[in-house]
Design a protein around this ligand. Structure first.
Ligand SMILES: [Zn+2]
Length: 199
């Protein structure tokens, strides 16, 4: 359940992060926003991890895990995953300062991830004139386009974490998933992949 999903997603999402192998859940406690996973990973680096060859930095492990905690709390809030048909409209209304008039143009499996990202931004402070311009899927992962009056590192980190985590969560149902290549690329769980191999 939430315990297995936390480990399954975290294991893959942090596979290039130094110190992630010491990750452990210490408790799961109820809260107003859903069951909160508490974790410890004493050796997990707090800086961005640079990809071996790359220009693109992967956001720091603790930021990814904090977002995963929020995502799973939202997903298990009602005791079992529940996603209303108009989830995208509801999110847009509930987090208007973050999403503006935009609604996520993705599958419902990422609804809790979008919600976790919005919550994280609200908790840290929505930057002045922050504006979401588009939320969609591209090459199997989420893309969250935004503008703000000033550069804001924590918001960039949260948004990068949403995009990163989406590569490990099924876009159809929200279970742990992986990027599948085929006639089109999507992130799906075993059930929804219907036999398409993961990359
Ligand atoms: Zn699925």
């Amino acid at each position: 359940m939430i315990y297995d999903e936390f480990y399954a997603v975290a294991r893959h999402a942090l596979k290039n992060h130094a110190g992630a192998d010491g990750l452990q859940i210490t408790a799961i406690t109820p809260s107003a926003v859903g069951p909160v996973v508490h974790w410890t990973a004493p050796l997990l680096a707090r800086e961005r991890q640079r990809k071996a060859m790359g220009v693109v930095g992967v956001v720091a492990g603790p930021v990814i895990l904090d977002l995963l905690v929020r995502t799973l709390a939202a997903r298990w809030r009602r005791g079992a995953p529940y996603c209303p048909q108009d989830w995208d409209q509801q999110l847009s209304v509930r987090y208007r300062r973050v999403f503006g008039r935009q609604t996520p143009a993705t599958g419902p499996g990422w609804s809790w991830l979008w919600e976790g990202g919005a919550q994280a931004i609200v908790a840290s402070g929505v930057p002045r004139n922050f504006k979401t311009t588009d939320m969609k899927e591209k090459y199997g992962a989420a893309r969250w386009y935004h503008q703000a009056e000033e550069d804001c590192e924590y918001v960039d980190d949260i948004i990068d974490a949403v995009e990163h985590l989406s590569g490990f969560i099924c876009e159809d149902c929200g279970k742990p998933g992986k990027i599948r290549r085929g006639s089109w690329i999507r992130c799906l769980c075993e059930l929804h992949a219907k036999g398409r191999p993961g990359s």
